[in-house]
Structures are given as structure tokens and as C-alpha cells.
Write a protein that binds this ligand. Structure first.
Ligand SMILES: [Zn+2]
Length: 363
């Protein structure tokens, strides 16, 4: 890897979050004696009798999952927001304020197969999941008490997920999550100042540079953003502006699925392990008083690993000061991902050894 002087001592502006990111790539190789992440435990089976997400199994609430064959959506048995929040709440003394945490929390199982991650699903299967996300955004977003629909996946034990059954969560809330609200304002202000969509100009800048682009189709693009906060942070976006995935035409939605699939395979192939991440759909709030013309729906992936066994710890700068210190140069991390093979490593192993225990399902 050739390290230019870029990203050694540099601050980069994050236009969506409207904050500086400190790039200190020379710190990547500093000595480390803290916690490391060991390689994952043995591969999980396709069906787990004790999994509360597998078809036909009982959940903690006592409800039993149907024998579903594609995706499966249910209301979270342990929601952090709920329709039954007490209202009114007892008010706290000034200057404090409170309000009920009202909303709906759902879980979406990607497939009945306990051990098939999103990266290993086919483009058609990912696109089918996208259609479910469209339906959920429309259904939940149309409710008057819902201001925003957050769809996200936490993947991997290092981000706190103990159940490997691939699934995401949906929080439809009576408030707008902070990052989305900030992004909405940044887009509004940019549009007022320039007449343009901020995210269009981000995409144009990435295309003009080219070094950080990981995948591209006619209508979709994936890149490590110039201002990445995490080493392998990736944005996956339609090139045209839509407020949410629900507004996307079918053909573009499918190209977005193919682009996301490409990135997830790059992730897994990087170190030949199931790559952990936090993935979030950035969608415009559904509150009726929101002007979303400057908001550009996209997917953000935030992986916690800097190296196969090394976590990015949030510490003084991030938790104490609220600004990110990135230990890596976005151009170098994008180059690593771009250099990975096209075929998922499990599929490649199955192709070269059809009798072997590892079998992928796609090409
Ligand atoms: Zn399962």
C-alpha cells in the first residue's frame, strides 16, 4: 500500500453530519495490547432449534413463528418504543422535559435460513427484502403518530448481536433520529444556498476522484466517503434523489440491491470472515411538516473493525468530544476492498471443493 501524505494529519468535513473528522492514518500501526476479536465460532447450522427467529420456533413472548419461506416480519417482543407508552407522564422539574417514547418496533427476518447472511443472499433475494422495506416504510410511515422510520441491521457479536439469524430491526418513532434530522437540515440549507441536492454533489465528487468507488451501476453507486469516520465505512445510494426506498422504481431498486450485494461480498472477502457492521437506511422523516426535497435516501454501513482482530474503540475524541478520529486513510481502505475477488469466498470454496462442508448459494 502506498501511503500518500493525504490523511496523515488532516481534517475532513462531513457535509451530512456537519462536523469535522480527524484523519490520523499514521496511528493505524501503533502498538496495541488491548482486547482483540478472535475469529468467529464454528459456522451456525441452517436451522437452529433454540433460535427464536427460525421458522416454527417459539419466541420469548410465547408467540410461535410461522413456517415462513421468504422474509418474515413481526412486532418486537421487547420494543424500546411501544404503542402502550404511558401518557401523560409525570413531568420532571424544570429545566427538564420528557414525553412518552411512542412508536412501533419490528423485526424482519431476511430468510428462513439461520446461517445465510445478506452477503450470501442472491440479488433477487436482497431485492425481495428491499420490497419488504418499501412496504414497511409505507405502512408505518403513514401512521399519524410516526415521524420517522429507522431501518437498521446490527450484524456480528462485536456489535452486540448474539443471534446469528440474519435479521434487521425497524423503529417507527414519534421523534426523528438525530443524524437524520441533521442530514435533513444540511440538505435543506445546501439546497437554499445552491439550488442543488447535497448528496448529488457528494456523488459527483466521488466520481471525479474515483479512488473510493467500490461498485457502480447505471443508477446506483457505492463508495467509501471522503469523510469516512470508520475504516471501512461505505455509502450505498441510488444516483437519483428519492426521499426513501419506498419511492424507488423497481429497476433502480434492483440495481441498488446488486450494488449492496457487491459491497457485502467485498466485506466478507477482505479477511474471509463474516464481516460485522451496523447498517442503517437514511430515509426522510415521514412527519407531515417535513420538506424532504434536499434529502437523498441512501444506506450507510459502519463496520467496527479496523483489522481482522482489532475493534475501533470510541473513546476520548468520539465519546468525550463528539468528533471522530479516523485511524485510517479512506483511499487506502477503499483500495483494499476493491482488490478483493468478485465471488464470495464461501461460494469459491464450494466451487473448488463441491464435497466440502462450506457451501455458498450464489455466484
Ligand atoms: Zn434461526
Amino acid at each position: 500500500m502506498t501511503m500518500t501524505k493525504d490523511g496523515i494529519w488532516e481534517e475532513r468535513w462531513h457535509p451530512l453530519r456537519e462536523e469535522w473528522v480527524i484523519v490520523a492514518a499514521h496511528r493505524q500501526d501503533r502498538p496495541w495490547s488491548g482486547e482483540t476479536v478472535t475469529r468467529a465460532a464454528p459456522a451456525p447450522p441452517p436451522y437452529a432449534p433454540d433460535c427464536y427467529l427460525c421458522p416454527g420456533n417459539a419466541r420469548i413472548s410465547g408467540a410461535r413463528n410461522p413456517a415462513y419461506t421468504e422474509t418474515f416480519v413481526f412486532d418486537n417482543d421487547h420494543p424500546c418504543v411501544g404503542p402502550l407508552a404511558p401518557d401523560p407522564l409525570a413531568p420532571p422539574p424544570a429545566p427538564y422535559r420528557n414525553r412518552p417514547a411512542r412508536g412501533i418496533a419490528r423485526v424482519v427476518c431476511y430468510s428462513p435460513t439461520h446461517n445465510t447472511t445478506l452477503a450470501e443472499m442472491s440479488v433477487e433475494e436482497i431485492d425481495r427484502l428491499f420490497r419488504v422495506w418499501q412496504e414497511e416504510y409505507r405502512d408505518l410511515g403513514s401512521r399519524p403518530e410516526v415521524s420517522h422510520v429507522l431501518i437498521f441491521e446490527n450484524k456480528g457479536e462485536v456489535v452486540g448481536v448474539s443471534n446469528p439469524h440474519p435479521h434487521c430491526q425497524i423503529y417507527a418513532t414519534n421523534f426523528i433520529f438525530t443524524y437524520i434530522e441533521r442530514e435533513l437540515r444540511a440538505g435543506e440549507r445546501y439546497r437554499a444556498d445552491t439550488g442543488r441536492v447535497l448528496f448529488h454533489d457528494v456523488i459527483a465528487a466521488e466520481q471525479a476522484d474515483g479512488r473510493r468507488i467500490l461498485a457502480e451501476q447505471d443508477s446506483a453507486i457505492a463508495f467509501v466517503p471522503y469523510f469516512a469516520r470508520y475504516a471501512y465505512e461505505v455509502f450505498v445510494a441510488p444516483k437519483a434523489t428519492y426521499p426513501s426506498i419506498a419511492a424507488m422504481p423497481d429497476a433502480e431498486r434492483r440495481e441498488l440491491a446488486a450494488t449492496l450485494k457487491r459491497v457485502l461480498v467485498q466485506y466478507d472477502n477482505l479477511w474471509k470472515l463474516s464481516f460485522p457492521y451496523v447498517m442503517a437506511l437514511h430515509q426522510a422523516p415521514t412527519a407531515s411538516d417535513v420538506d424532504a426535497r434536499g434529502f437523498h435516501f441512501h444506506i450507510e454501513l459502519h463496520p467496527p473493525l479496523r483489522k481482522p482482530n482489532l475493534l475501533k474503540y470510541l473513546a476520548g475524541p468520539e465519546i468525550g468530544g463528539g468528533s471522530f478520529l479516523s485511524d485510517t486513510q479512506p483511499e487506502a481502505k477503499a483500495a483494499e476492498l476493491r482488490a478483493t475477488p468478485e465471488m464470495h469466498f464461501k461460494t469459491a470454496a464450494a466451487v473448488s471443493n463441491p464435497e466440502g462442508p462450506e457451501s455458498g448459494r450464489d455466484a
